[in-house]
Design a protein around this ligand. Structure first.
Ligand SMILES: NC(=O)c1ccc[n+]([C@@H]2O[C@H](COP(=O)([O-])OP(=O)(O)OC[C@H]3O[C@@H](n4cnc5c(N)ncnc54)[C@H](OP(=O)(O)O)[C@@H]3O)[C@@H](O)[C@H]2O)c1
Length: 297
């Protein structure tokens, strides 16, 4: 499968490094686009990509590309996903897929109309540790799940990006979700503290502990029994923690597209919509509004 890379920033670097961990016959990168042509060529030379473009539209029109990885800032995800889909490219877009539910529905509807694959990159789900968690939950090893807690906190408040609410960022919150049958979730995110960054799933007969970083886990403890799932390689250099694990996500995207699946069974559109509905409601309760909330995509 032939990938195009949209945006030449930190996360795109990690995604390309992760693609190199996979079989070259299965995953080739044929083009990259950045807002600046010199930056695009610098990236292309570093990752041995044959074509580079100085605008994203040119990537959308590039015939050698089957699927585009969108690794740009959050506020551009919807516009660029629509641009790629409208030019008949499959899309893997970094998370969050869009800024709000209205945008996500537009992107999903466009992908459906064009009969193209679209995935918002919830990469955690593709890690082998999460496969293990799913099978433990399905086999009722924990009994009935009653409570989940997860926390994500890093002292990144000084990053300039976090002082621009228009880019879709927020400082901290604690979120309690209450489900049918007395089930609950307690979630926390914070930009001023170093949290434990772990997650725990509690059932009536036991618990699953997912140690730091729970979103890119290589270890999981099920009722005290610890299992390890090493990343494909430790040699390659990455900007973000455990992003060698992007390779799991990329491989799943390839399998889906080659099988003619338009959405990923591990993160179907219906679940993406549920998740975005919750995120919109969390923002409403916090009083965090984006300019695009009032604009039809
Ligand atoms: N899954 C993960 O673990 C993970 C980790 C980190 C980030 N992410 C996600 O990846 C995305 C990018 O994050 P990043 O850390 O790579 O960010 P970054 O390096 O700051 O920016 C990514 C790219 O955004 C593009 N961009 C487009 N319009 C822009 C504008 N108006 N201002 C600034 N940049 C603009 C730039 O592309 P050009 O090269 O074209 O200039 C830049 O290279 C975000 O959505 C983030 O949530 C995911």
């Amino acid at each position: 499968m032939k990938w195009g890379i949209c945006g030449a920033g930190f996360v795109s670097q990690d995604f390309c490094t992760a693609l190199r961990l996979l079989n070259h016959e299965d995953h080739q990168i044929t083009a990259v686009a950045a807002r600046d042509i010199d930056r695009a060529w610098k990236f292309a030379n570093e990752y041995k990509i044959p074509k580079a473009f100085g605008c994203y539209e040119d990537l959308a029109k590039e015939p050698t590309v089957d699927v585009v990885y969108i690794g740009v800032i959050n506020t551009e995800h919807c516009r660029l996903s629509l641009m790629m889909l409208n030019n008949n490219k499959h899309v893997l877009c970094e998370k969050p897929a869009t800024m709000n539910l209205m945008q996500l529905q537009k992107v999903i509807n466009t992908a459906k109309e064009k009969k193209l694959f679209f995935l918002g990159g919830l990469w955690s789900r593709f890690f082998p540790a999460y496969e293990k968690i799913r099978s433990a939950l399905n086999s009722k090893t924990l009994g009935e799940v009653r409570y989940v807690e997860a926390e994500f906190g890093r002292p990144i408040i000084h990053s300039p990006r976090l002082h621009k609410p228009e880019l879709g960022v927020d400082k901290c919150a604690s979120i309690i979700l209450i489900y049918k049958g007395g089930r609950m979730t307690n979630l926390m995110y914070h930009t001023e503290i170093q949290a434990k960054n772990n997650a725990v799933i509690y059932g009536t007969k036991g618990l699953i502990e997912v140690p730091c970083p729970f979103w890119a886990a290589t270890k999981v403890k099920i009722n005290g029994d610890e299992m390890e799932f090493p990343l494909p390689t430790k040699d390659a250099k990455f900007n973000f923690i455990n992003t060698a694990g992007f390779s799991y996500e990329a491989e799943c995207v390839r399998t889906c597209i080659e099988n003619g699946q338009l959405e990923c069974p591990l993160f179907p559109h219906s679940e993406a919509i549920t998740m975005m509905t919750i995120m919109d409601e969390v923002r409403r309760q916090l009083g965090v509004k984006y300019d695009v909330d009032d604009i039809e995509p």
